[in-house]
Design a protein around this ligand. Structure first.
Ligand SMILES: [Zn+2]
Length: 378
């Protein structure tokens, strides 16, 4: 384990590494202008009947006159005023890459694919749209992760298989229904914040890879990732409860998650927002199923990155407590040994992406010591 993990004085956990040169200049804005989808937040605030009318009209006005719908049960309710759809595919929790290929054929007579639902549904929609060769419009019903507008789809190849990250179609437009999102479970909002909480750590990892001569940093993507974190940073220092959820928070989260998606769109990969903490979360998925939402697992796993980067573990842990996010393996049903196994497995979940895990190259004894450092006997 790097000695810095146990060092007494640490820099702030949220210090994003400084990039010399390349300030926010015209290159940055040009990159954003050419990659960003058009985002709309509903005028309706609390009434889902109202938003169903608004969404149908918005789709027509934006050229989706014969859309193919990939929609969850909730998504279908939001789209119930769309009367000209050429077909509807319900992905359900078991949507696979093979499922998406089948529906791509059915979508070919449409003028756009509209994906309305949670993360799995949007990811299925990205692959259906890619297979059919048409634009995708996203209507998220949760704000639980930053894949809302990303070009990455995470789906298993076949039922029961491990999820794979695939490059797919990023939405050309997205519609956020405030009446829907304000009623979404607070656990999904917490997970969304958790996914963004890891952005500075992913940037630390990216810089590590650049310093080792393995990669080049894309400055617009870097700034977008940092910006999405800064949007949610004020939420980290106060307890987040149901009373914190209002239309302002919904708008802020939509903005922050989309900005993080833009960072991925700029480079076509998840590199600017996904580092060692995502690898550990993927290892937990592979070894133990998914005990919690993606964003919650990523936030929890970020504790390991914080320690390995020599940042302030206790300051970071306090933020997790404020946000109601897991900060101990037991909260995910994991034992000390299970955590050690996840740390040893993590590097293999995304070979070729150099992070602080590869830099530390933990053996079993070091992984055990790190788990003990973070959680005592766990
Ligand atoms: Zn993520």
């Amino acid at each position: 384990m790097p000695s810095s993990a146990l060092a007494g004085a640490s820099p702030s956990v949220f210090d994003i590494p400084y990039l010399p040169d390349e300030p926010l200049d015209s290159v940055y804005f040009l990159a954003c202008a050419t990659t960003q989808p058009r985002i709309t937040i509903s005028a309706a605030t609390y009434d889902e009947d109202e938003v169903a009318e608004e969404l149908a009209e918005w789709l027509r006005a934006n050229g989706a006159e014969r859309p193919f719908l990939v929609a969850s049960t909730h998504g279908r309710r939001l789209l119930r005023r769309v009367s000209t759809a050429v077909g509807v595919a319900p992905p359900g929790p078991r949507a696979t890459q093979a499922w998406a290929r089948t529906w791509s054929g059915a979508a070919r007579g449409a003028d756009a694919v509209v994906a309305a639902g949670g993360g799995r549904c949007l990811d299925a929609g990205k692959l259906v749209a890619a297979g059919a060769g048409m634009p995708l419009i996203a209507v998220p019903t949760q704000l639980s992760h930053d894949g809302v507008c990303s070009p990455i789809a995470v789906l298993p190849r076949t039922a029961g298989g491990l999820a794979e990250s695939l490059e797919a179609v990023a939405p050309s437009m997205a519609f956020f229904s405030r009446p829907t999102l304000i009623r979404s479970p607070i656990a999904s909002l917490r997970a969304g914040i958790g996914d963004l909480l890891s952005n500075p750590l992913a940037l630390h990892d990216w810089k590590l890879a650049a310093d080792a001569g393995l990669e080049q940093i894309n400055h617009p993507a870097w700034h977008l990732s940092a910006e999405s974190f800064r949007l949610i940073e004020p939420l980290l220092y106060e307890p987040l409860g149901p009373e914190s959820v209002d239309l302002g928070l919904i708008g802020l989260m939509a903005h922050a998650l989309v900005t993080s998606s833009f960072a991925m769109m700029t480079v076509g990969t998840s590199r600017p927002v996904s580092g060692a903490e995502h690898k550990i979360s993927h290892a937990i998925d592979e070894l133990y199923g998914r005990p919690a939402r993606h964003g919650a697992q990523v936030a929890f796993a970020s504790l390991v990155s914080v320690a390995l980067h020599g940042l302030d573990v206790e300051a970071f842990r306090a933020c997790l407590v404020n946000l109601g996010l897991p900060h101990h393996p037991a909260q995910l049903g994991l034992s000390h040994q299970a955590m050690v196994a996840a740390l040893l497995r993590a590097p293999s979940t995304r070979p070729g992406r150099f992070t602080v895990l590869e830099s530390a190259a933990l053996d079993e004894g070091e992984a055990d010591e790190l788990v003990r450092f973070l959680w005592g006997g766990a």
